[in-house]
Design a protein around this ligand. Structure first.
Ligand SMILES: [Zn+2]
Length: 339
């Protein structure tokens, strides 16, 4: 098998992707038509074009535009279901998926109906596919500390179905330190913790996520490359970074593939993992991200194997599931010849 076939076929683990940015295009197209269609969207190709955006503001506008079509719990359930089935079709065997149910809450669709629809869609997909999924609730920075605490309280009711909490959103305007007590309390309640940091803001934001949020993993973290002391710290502690290359380019965190530090971070011995962030929005799934490593950054197949092992180690899966994932990984590589 050549590299592309191996990457497609290999069992993969993804730790950083957002449910609301990972739906199959066909399912959104069907949903738009269910609600009367949109003049500029005549087919799936138009939808693909719609997800070509110019900057972060345009990205957020497009994100909100597509969210308006999810108008009932059934729509949410179908989104969760079709997304997970699609991940399984890419040979992803385990994923930790961010979701933010509050994006869809309105008077006629309260929080409990939204989250129960997500949980139900995920459960149905898991029954039909060889994939394990854990949900991480993204509290989102942009509405401030009080809202984050309120959201933590709401999500705690569903602790059995939600493995951790995350903190996405505007990293610059809403620094990690504002959310310290929310994260400490979340830990006390048994949630794992992860925070987006070192994406829009530099290394200081990563230090803050480690210090004030006690984040177990860092979402993105690419700008750790700007601080040698931080790099040594991350290496020593083996704090995982969730690297999302295409996302960084599309959101202009980095100006070109050539300057992305993924190779340097790996060579330095940082525990990096490879992820797609919002595969539908960015037009690149986990297979594409691994192929980029091979084509653009000279990662070898054994190094790509190591990245999957990293993802298993960095995951919030319990030990029996980690053992199971390592077995699936080993079985695949034992029977695969690379040429
Ligand atoms: Zn993200």
């Amino acid at each position: 098998m050549d590299a592309k076939h191996i990457i497609t076929a290999m069992p993969k683990v993804e730790l950083h992707l957002h449910l609301e940015g990972s739906f199959p295009l066909e399912s959104l197209f069907n949903l738009i038509n269910k609600y009367g269609g949109s003049p500029d969207i005549q087919n799936v190709e138009d939808l693909k074009q719609k997800f070509e955006f110019t900057d972060l503001t345009h990205f957020i506008e497009t994100w909100n535009w597509k969210n308006q079509f999810y108008q009932s719990p059934n729509d949410i359930e179908e989104m969760a279901y079709s997304t997970i089935i699609n991940l399984a079709s890419k040979n992803i065997v385990y994923a930790e998926v961010f979701f933010s149910p509050w994006d869809f809450v309105k008077s006629e669709m309260p929080f409990n109906l939204v989250i129960e629809a997500v949980i139900s869609g995920v459960r149905c997909a898991k029954q039909e596919s060889p994939i394990n999924i854990s949900l991480i609730a993204d509290l989102v920075r942009n509405l401030g500390h009080q809202t984050a605490m309120k959201r933590l309280n709401e999500i705690t009711m569903y602790r059995d179905n939600v493995i951790g909490i995350g903190l996405g959103g505007n990293e610059e305007a809403f620094p990690a330190e504002w959310f310290s007590d929310v994260f400490i309390e979340a830990k006390r309640r048994g949630f794992h913790t992860v925070a987006h940091a070192g994406e829009a803001v530099g290394a200081n934001s990563i230090w803050s996520a480690l210090k004030y949020l006690q984040a177990e993993r860092i979402g993105h973290g690419v700008r750790a490359i700007e601080d040698p002391v931080l790099l040594n710290y991350l290496k020593e502690k083996q704090t995982p970074l969730e690297i999302c290359i295409t996302s960084n380019l599309k959101l202009k965190v980095l100006s070109s593939l050539a300057i992305h530090p993924v190779r340097k971070l790996f060579d330095k011995g940082i525990l990096i993992t490879i992820n797609s962030d919002d595969p539908t929005m960015f037009g690149s799934d986990l297979n594409d991200e691994f192929l980029l490593l091979f084509d653009e950054y000279n990662f070898t197949i054994p190094e790509i194997q190591q990245l999957t092992k990293n993802a298993i180690t960095a995951s919030f899966a319990d030990e029996p599931l980690k053992t199971q994932l390592r077995l699936i990984h080993e079985e695949f590589w034992n029977k695969t010849n690379y040429c």
